[in-house]
Design a protein. Structure first.
Length: 345
């Protein structure tokens, strides 16, 4: 029994032969069609269709020095902020004729470094990367592959080194706290997080600025181990008797997960009412806020816009081909979203 004939995959040489052009012309049609006369381009494209030729994009990337993809390294895909950033980056990349490759680092420096190296080997056009703190930035500055454009998101980088797109977290903290004060709250608590989380530190600065404008308002800072729901639960358990005693009537939590845990713990306590006894505002506008049994007021970050602008800045930098480039540091304003958890008294 004879073996079935295996049809060889059409090559670029086959396309050139059928179209009656050189290999260089076929390459231009595939990579720089604007450089080829319309009649010749149509002849090559017809040959591609007739042969069923599929370009080897990986090989083309190696030959040309870059692919038509950009990489995105996010800190935590379970956080809807980073999902929004990814969605915005994808839209921005598509607008520039690029595709997006996504990697999740779980905020681990070694994993971030490995992904940077992997994207460099894949010859991506450039890399977008979300950061939370200065320690990660220092590691990135040391380990980022040379020659690969890098734009940092959710972090304000020195323009002498990188382009970046960030959100004004101090303004967000100010808006959240001012809302509590305007709602009649006078005994406030800021529930923050570890000092290495720069966005949380900046939100605290906004809290203190708003409180400082109102001498009649008292305040305190509570620092849990992290900013997850379980940390918020522990804080809520501790605060329940103090809220019941009238010592605290307004809480600004540095994340929606913290706020959701606090609301849950206070509700379970049974003798504390939200928002009648205490108003609560979170930060991020993620699912933890809008899916809470008591919908939580929050500060919404423009994640889509962060990602979209990041992709645009990356494409602009890549267009310079490694030549002189003036970096940009974009800072976007957040906005207050008022829900049931902070209704006026």
């Amino acid at each position: 029994m004879s073996r079935p004939t295996v049809r060889a995959r059409p090559s670029v040489d086959d396309v050139a032969s059928l179209a009656g052009v050189s290999l260089g012309t076929v390459s231009n049609v595939l990579n720089h069609p604007d450089k080829v006369a319309a009649a010749t381009r149509e002849r090559v494209e017809r040959a591609i269709v007739m042969l069923g030729y599929v370009p080897n994009t990986a090989a083309r990337s190696l030959k040309s020095g870059s692919s038509k993809s950009i990489g995105l390294i996010v800190s935590d895909l379970s956080n809807s902020l980073f999902v929004d950033i990814a969605r915005g980056a994808e839209n921005g990349a598509e607008h520039g004729g690029l595709t997006l490759l996504i990697a999740n680092s779980d905020a681990q420096i070694e994993r971030e470094s490995n992904y940077l190296a992997m994207f460099a080997q894949a010859r991506v056009t450039g890399v977008l990367m979300t950061l939370n703190d200065a320690a990660h930035f220092a590691a990135v500055a040391r380990r980022a592959p040379a020659g690969v454009p890098l734009v940092l998101l959710n972090f304000s980088a020195p323009v002498s080194q990188y382009c970046s797109v960030d959100v004004d977290n101090a303004l967000g903290g100010y808006l959240a706290t001012k809302h509590l004060i305007d709602s009649g709250r006078r005994k406030l608590a800021f529930v923050g997080g570890p000092a290495e989380l720069q966005p949380v530190v900046d939100r605290g600065k906004g809290f203190h600025q708003a409180v400082g404008e109102h001498p009649e308002v008292s305040s305190e800072v509570i620092t849990p181990e992290w900013i997850n729901r379980s940390d918020g639960w522990a804080v809520g358990v501790d605060l329940a008797p103090r809220v019941a005693a009238g010592e605290i009537d307004g809480i600004f939590a540095a994340s929606d997960l913290l706020a959701a845990g606090i609301v849950q713990a206070l509700t379970v306590a049974g003798h504390v009412r939200v928002p009648e006894d205490v108003a609560i505002v979170g930060y991020d506008n993620n699912q933890a806020a809008w899916d809470s049994p008591i919908p939580i007021s929050t500060i919404a970050q423009p994640g889509d816009e962060v990602g979209r602008l990041g992709a645009i800045l990356l494409a602009e930098e890549a267009a310079h081909g490694g030549g002189p480039h003036e970096h940009s540091a974009v800072v976007l304003p957040p906005k207050l979203v008022v829900r049931q958890s902070s209704s006026r008294r």
